[in-house]
Every structure is written in C-alpha cells, then in structure tokens.
Design a protein around this ligand. Structure first.
Ligand code: C2E
Ligand code: MG
Ligand code: MG
Ligand code: MG
Length: 291
C-alpha cells in the first residue's frame, strides 16, 4: 500500500515536472537564439547616496522580452542560462551593451558608474579579464565608470578562484561589490581578504527591517561591519521613505530600490534623472579629456 501511494504521489509530481521542464527546454533554446539575435534589453536602476541625495551609480539589469511569452522574469532566465551553459555569451552581451551605454553617457558629460552583475561561471571563464580589458581599450573608458557585482554565494562556490579573479579585476582599477550580502555563508576572514569596495545588503533584510527586529539587527550589524572594514555599504530593496530614513539613521551610504527608482531602459536613464528628485553627481573637477 505504501509503495502504491508513493507511485501515485510521484506520478502526480512527475506530471507537473514534465510541463515545467518542457517550458524550460523551450525557453533554453529560445534564450540561445535571443542572445545571438540581440533580443535582450539592458535596463538600469539608480543608486543614490543617502547623505547627498546624488545619483552615484546605476546597476545594469538584463531583460528578455520573449516574442510569445512577453517579459521573462530575470531570475528565471539567469538560472536557465546557468544550467544551459549560456552565461558566458549572455555576460558578453551585457558587457558589450553596458560599455556602449557607459560611453554614450561619458560623451554626454555624465559621470555615472554602471555596475555589471557577474555569475559564478563568469569567474571561472579564463577569457573574462581579457574581454574586459579589450572593452576598456575599445571604448577608451576610465576604469572608475564600470563596476562589477558578485553575489556572496557565487564567491563561495570557489572562494580561492573568485579571490584570484577579483584581484585581477581590481588591478584594472574597477570597483567591486559583494551582492546579496548576508545570504552566502562567507567567513569574516575570507571577507577581510577580498579586494572589494562595498557590500550590498540583501534586499530580504532591508525590506523587513522596520517590521522584523532580527532583520534590523542584521542591517545595522552589516553597516557597522562594512564601515569597520573600510567598505561602503549599499542597501538594496529600498521600497519606501520609511526604509530610506531608517537606513539614513544607521549611517548606510547608498540606497537602491523602488523608492529611489525602478529599473528602466538604460537609454532613458538621463531623461529619468532630469524628472526625478535626485541629481546626478556633477562631473566638475573631472579634467580627463574624452578621447
Ligand atoms: P540583484 O543583482 O540583487 O539585483 C537586484 C534585483 O532586485 C533586481 O531584480 C531588481 O529589479 C530588484 N529590485 C530592485 N529594487 C527593488 C525593490 O525595491 N523591491 C524589490 N522587491 N525588488 C527590487 P532583477 O532585475 O529581476 O534581477 C534579479 C537578479 O538576476 C539580480 O539580482 C542578479 O543577481 C541577476 N541579474 C540581473 N541582471 C543580470 C546580468 O546581466 N547578469 C547576471 N549574471 N545576473 C543578472
Ligand atoms: Mg546586483
Ligand atoms: Mg542583490
Ligand atoms: Mg538580489
């Protein structure tokens, strides 16, 4: 009886799994085509300095508008790309598009660093650094205008390898962020060795910090930890003015989230800024000629 029940139960789940895996397989082959045929979109979301209320950067977030299914959730297709071995071509598309966008801003006199998310697989790609060096050369971009975000869990898949790749990235003069900090089991001794500039507190802690005392303690401790290590601290998931004020009281440096600005198509960013309550950090004092 026990085994028959198990079979029946398994059969039920199997049915659901089949529908899901069919969708996944279709999406995987469609994604391959989407990358090749340039069907992806580059969105970006502002980061604002809490003390000065200046836009101090933007995060590049990839979007995919499927011809039949419409917008596919980014988390879903990034996970698919990871399983289908499509992360490297996807990252190449994001990097090329982000550098082109960054160069356009640079030519317009806008000095807004754009951060690109890297996956665990990117950190193992032996050609990653050369590709980035090549893009800096092609677009003649100062290194401080491109940044990279690496999730704490991606770093922990291969801590030694990640450290090595980060050291090479850092040697190019770019800024590095630990993304989704607080969700990835890194040790404090490892964190201390990482050549990073800032921690991004995972949005799950930020969004619940006004209602969950445990989250509030985690956010406060992370701000202090970051500052004591000489790092900047960015809060993601800042959805309300209350969160903004709470983070300001804790001395958090930078806010990102729906209260500050939604992700929007990257080419609309400057227009968005003009109508937003925030101001781009002036390029004054920057005498580097655009060559
Ligand atoms: P992430 O790097 O932690 O990016 C922040 C995510 O939080 C984004 O989701 C953003 O749209 C969302 N978000 C921002 N503010 C708020 C808010 O106030 N409330 C809520 N609820 N959400 C907010 P998105 O764009 O769907 O991306 C999900 C994840 O997919 C990213 O998390 C990142 O890990 C990954 N991802 C996005 N673009 C890329 C990419 O170009 N390459 C790689 N490798 N991963 C990417
Ligand atoms: Mg990120
Ligand atoms: Mg994050
Ligand atoms: Mg996240």
């Amino acid at each position: 009886v026990q085994s028959r029940r198990t079979v029946a139960k398994y059969g039920l789940y199997q049915g659901t799994a089949d529908v899901e895996s069919t969708r996944r397989l279709t999406l995987m082959s469609d994604l391959r085509r989407a990358i090749e045929q340039d069907e992806l979109l580059l969105y970006c979301q502002p980061k604002v300095s809490i003390a000065s209320r200046e836009v101090c950067g933007a995060e590049a977030l990839v979007r995919w508008r499927h011809p039949q299914h419409g917008m596919v959730a980014t988390g879903e297709f990034i996970a698919l790309a990871e399983r289908a071995g499509l992360i490297m071509p996807l990252t190449r598309w994001v990097l090329e598009t982000a550098f082109r966008q960054s160069h356009t801003w640079y030519e317009q006199g806008v000095r807004c660093p754009l951060s690109v998310n890297l996956s665990a697989q990117d950190l193992r790609d032996p050609r990653l650094i050369d590709r980035i060096v090549g893009l800096f050369a092609t677009w003649a971009m100062p290194p401080e205008l491109v940044q990279f975000e690496l999730t704490e869990s991606a770093l922990m898949e291969d801590p030694a390898g990640a450290l090595d790749t980060m050291a090479r990235l850092k040697a190019l003069g770019v800024e590095l962020f630990v993304d989704d900090f607080g969700t990835g089991y890194s040790s404090l001794s490892y964190l201390q060795k990482l050549p990073v500039d800032a921690l991004k507190i995972d949005q799950s802690f930020v969004m619940s910090m006004l209602t969950n005392p445990g989250s509030a303690i985690i956010v406060r401790s992370t701000v202090d930890l970051g500052h004591n290590l000489g790092l900047g601290v960015v809060a993601e998931g800042v959805e309300s003015e209350g969160l903004w004020e709470g983070l300001r009281a804790l001395g958090c440096d930078t806010a990102q989230g729906h209260f500050v600005g939604m992700p929007i198509p990257a080419d609309q960013f400057i227009e968005w800024e003009a109508h937003s309550p925030w101001r781009l950090r002036p390029a004054a004092g920057d005498t580097t000629p655009a060559i």
